[in-house]
Ligand binder design. Structure first.
Ligand code: FES
Length: 593
C-alpha cells in the first residue's frame, strides 16, 4: 500500500455547493450519502483500485463489442487505446457494456432495436458515475442510438467509430460490402453467374472487421457525426484495422477528459447550426437515406425539428462531391487516403456554419484552419466539378405521401426520374416473397413496384424498400425500375427507389389504398409522387377499406407500437423527445441579405 492509500480517508460527499463529480456522482439511495459512497468505494476497491485512481475524473466508455457484431470486431483494441488516452490525460477510464446491434443479426429489424439501444445508453450514462462518456459505435444503428442517448443524458460525450472494413478482391476485381453484395446477388438472380462464383465472392465481400466499406449508413453516420462536431476532427474515415484508427481512439480518450473538466456538454455542440452542417455533409457525400431519419431523431432529442421541405432547398444548392459507392466508384479507405471529411469540408466551406462548436472546444472553422491546405487527390471532387450537381437526396410530396417521401437521386437511373407507370402492388413482405419471382406475375419493365406495410408500425421499417427486380425481368436485362414503399433502404443500395412514404400504410396512409393497375407518376424534377386517381375515389377507397394499425399484448413490442413516430419525426418514441420544439432547421434563409 502506498503512502497516499494508507493515509486516505473515505471522502464524504463533495465539499461546498459544487456539483458532485467522479465516483461521488449519482450515489445509490440508502438514505445516508456518506454510507453510499463508503459502500461504493468498498466494492470498486474489490477490483484493486487505489484512492488516487478513484479521485480522478471518471470517463465512461460505452462498449458495444459483441460476437454477433463483426463490424465492432476491433472493440478490444479501441477500448485499450481510449483507456490509454484517458489515463495519459489524468482521468480514470471505466468501460461498461450496452446493447450492440448488427444489421444482419437483428430480427425483425435493426431499426426496431435502435430506440431500445438509445434508452439503454441514456440510462447507463445516467445511472453510473461518470463525468464524460466515450461512445464507441459503428454499425448502422449504433451511432444514432448512442447520440440519441447521449443527447438526452446531457453529460459531456464524444463519439468514436470502429471504422470501415478493408476491401477484398474477387477474381482480381475489387469488392466491398455491401454495394457489391447487392450487385453480385443481382447477377446471380439474373443467372449471369452461378453457384460457384456466388460462393467465391461471399468470401471476399467483407475482407476484415469494421463497418461497410462504401458510403452506406455506417460511413454516412461517421461523416455526419464528425461534421456535427461530436467526433474528433479526422475521426470518421480511418479504416478499422489501421494505426490511424487506434490513434484516433487514444486522442478521443484524452479529449473526453478535457471535456469532463471544461463541462462541454452536448447542448453546446449539437445546435441548430451544427445539424445544418451535418445535413450539408449528408447531401454532399451522397449519404444513406437512413441518415435523414437518424439525424431527425438525434435533433429531436435536442428539441430541434428538421423540416423536410427546407432540407430539399438545401439539397438543390449542395452538390455530391464524394466519389464513393453506391453513388460513385471508390471505397472508404480511399476517402481516408484522400484526406477524409476535412477534404470535403474545405470544398463546402462557404456553405457551412464555421462558428459551430466541436468536442475539441474549438469551432469547426478553427479546426479546418488548423488542418491546413489539402493535396491533390481524386476522391473528393472540387465544388465546381461534382459527381452529381445536387444533393444526393430529394424530398417528394403528393397525394401518395402527404407527409413526405424521399429518393436518393444520385444513385437512381436518370431515365426513370420522370416516369409514369402501372402499379404492381405487394400487400406486405410475405406477399412480395411469395410472388416477386413467379413467372406468372403480371409485370413489365415500365411498371411501378409498390410494397405496403413496411413502415415503422407495419414491420418496424426493414430495409426492404430495395424491392428486387422480378426474376423474369432481371433475366431479360432489366437493371432498375421505379419502386415505392414506406420502408427504408440500405445506404449501400442503388436504384430509382422512393422510400419513407409518410404516413405509412399500416396507420391508414394513402399508400394502403393503391391497387394493381393504378397509374403512378414520379417527377423528381417537380418533387412529386402522385397516385393518379381522383380525390373522391381515394376517399371512397379509404372509407370502404379502413386500416387497423397493429397492436401487441406486452413487452417492448407494445411500447414500440404504441409510441413510435413516423419517418418525418425520426421513428423515435414520442415520449423520448422533449415536449417543446425550440428550433426548426434548416432555417428559412429566403429573407437573408
Ligand atoms: Fe455493419 Fe454494414 S453491416 S456497417
Amino acid at each position: 500500500m502506498n503512502e497516499r492509500d494508507k493515509n486516505a480517508k473515505v471522502p464524504g460527499p463533495a465539499a461546498g455547493k459544487a456539483e458532485p463529480s467522479g465516483l461521488r456522482k449519482g450515489l445509490a439511495s440508502y438514505g445516508d450519502s456518506g454510507f453510499s459512497l463508503f459502500l461504493r468505494k468498498a466494492f470498486i476497491k474489490g477490483a484493486g483500485y487505489t484512492d488516487n485512481a478513484l479521485d480522478r475524473p471518471v470517463v465512461g466508455i460505452a462498449n458495444t463489442g459483441s460476437a454477433f457484431n463483426p463490424c465492432h470486431g476491433n472493440m478490444t483494441q479501441l477500448i485499450e487505446a481510449v483507456k490509454r488516452g484517458v489515463m495519459l490525460a489524468g482521468g480514470l477510464p471505466m468501460d461498461f457494456p450496452t446493447i450492440s446491434i448488427h444489421e444482419s443479426f437483428a430480427s425483425p429489424t435493426s431499426m426496431y432495436l435502435r430506440n431500445l439501444m438509445s434508452m439503454d445508453t441514456e440510462e447507463m450514462i445516467r445511472a453510473q458515475p461518470m463525468d464524460a462518456v466515450v461512445l464507441i459505435g459503428g454499425c448502422d444503428k449504433t451511432v444514432p442510438a448512442q447520440l440519441m442517448g447521449a443527447a438526452s443524458a446531457g453529460i459531456p460525450a464524444i463519439q468514436l467509430v470502429t471504422g470501415s472494413m478493408l476491401t477484398g478482391s474477387h477474381r482480381s476485381e475489387r469488392v466491398g460490402a455491401c454495394t457489391d453484395c447487392r450487385r453480385f446477388w443481382g447477377k446471380y438472380r439474373a443467372d449471369e453467374i452461378g453457384d460457384e462464383e456466388i460462393a467465391d465472392v461471399n468470401n471476399q465481400l467483407v475482407a476484415s472487421v469494421g463497418t461497410c466499406s462504401v458510403m452506406g449508413t455506417a460511413s454516412t453516420m461517421a461523416c455526419v457525426t464528425e461534421a456535427l462536431g461530436m467526433m474528433l476532427p479526422g475521426g470518421a474515415a480511418p479504416p478499422a484495422v489501421t494505426a490511424d484508427r487506434i490513434r484516433v481512439a487514444e486522442n478521443t480518450g484524452a479529449t473526453a477528459v478535457a471535456m469532463a473538466l471544461s463541462g462541454l456538454t452536448p447542448d453546446k455542440i449539437m445546435t441548430g447550426k451544427a445539424f445544418e452542417n451535418a445535413l450539408r455533409i449528408l447531401l454532399a457525400i451522397g449519404g444513406s437515406t437512413n441518415g435523414i431519419i437518424h439525424l431527425t431523431a438525434v435533433a429531436g432529442r435536442m428539441g430541434i425539428d428538421i423540416d423536410l421541405d427546407r432540407l430539399d432547398v438545401l439539397g438543390r444548392e449542395t452538390p455530391v462531391l464524394i466519389d464513393l459507392k453506391p453513388s460513385g466508384q471508390y471505397y472508404m479507405e480511399d476517402f481516408h487516403k484522400a484526406g477524409g471529411v476535412h477534404a470535403l469540408l474545405r470544398e463546402l466551406k462557404p456553405l457551412l456554419h464555421l462558428d459551430a462548436m466541436t468536442v475539441t472546444g474549438r469551432t469547426l472553422g478553427e479546426e479546418l484552419e488548423a488542418a491546413g491546405p489539402g493535396f491533390p487527390q481524386t476522391v473528393v471532387r472540387p465544388f465546381a466539378d461534382p459527381i452529381y450537381p445536387q444533393g444526393g437526396i430529394a424530398v417528394l410530396r403528393g397525394n401518395l405521401a402527404p407527409g413526405g417521401a424521399i429518393i436518393k437521386q444520385s444513385a437512381a437511373d436518370a431515365g426513370l426520374m420522370e416516369h409514369e407507370g402501372r402499379a404492381v402492388v405487394f400487400e406486405n413482405i410475405d406477399d412480395l416473397v411469395a410472388r416477386i419471382d413467379d413467372d406468372a406475375l403480371d409485370v413489365k419493365a415500365d411498371d411501378v413496384l409498390v410494397l405496403k406495410h413496411i413502415g415503422p408500425t407495419g414491420a418496424s421499417m426493414p430495409e426492404a424498400g430495395y424491392i428486387p427486380i422480378p426474376k423474369k425481368l432481371a433475366r431479360a436485362g432489366v437493371k432498375d425500375m421505379v419502386r415505392i414503399s414506406d420502408g427504408r433502404m440500405s445506404g449501400t443500395a442503388a436504384g430509382t427507389i422512393v422510400l419513407h412514404v409518410t404516413p405509412e400504410s399500416a396507420i391508414g396512409g394513402p399508400l394502403a389504398q393503391v391497387r394493381n393497375g393504378d397509374r403512378i407518376r414520379l417527377s423528381v424534377k417537380k418533387r412529386e409522387i402522385t397516385l393518379l386517381v381522383s380525390e373522391a375515389e381515394l376517399a371512397e377507397r379509404m372509407s370502404a377499406n379502413p386500416v387497423t394499425p397493429p397492436t401487441a399484448e406486452r413487452g417492448y413490442r407494445k411500447l414500440f407500437l404504441e409510441t413510435v413516430t413516423q419517418a418525418d419525426k425520426g421513428v423515435d418514441f414520442d415520449f423520448l423527445r422533449p415536449k417543446n420544439t425550440t428550433e426548426r432547421i434548416p432555417r428559412d434563409r429566403s429573407g437573408d441579405e
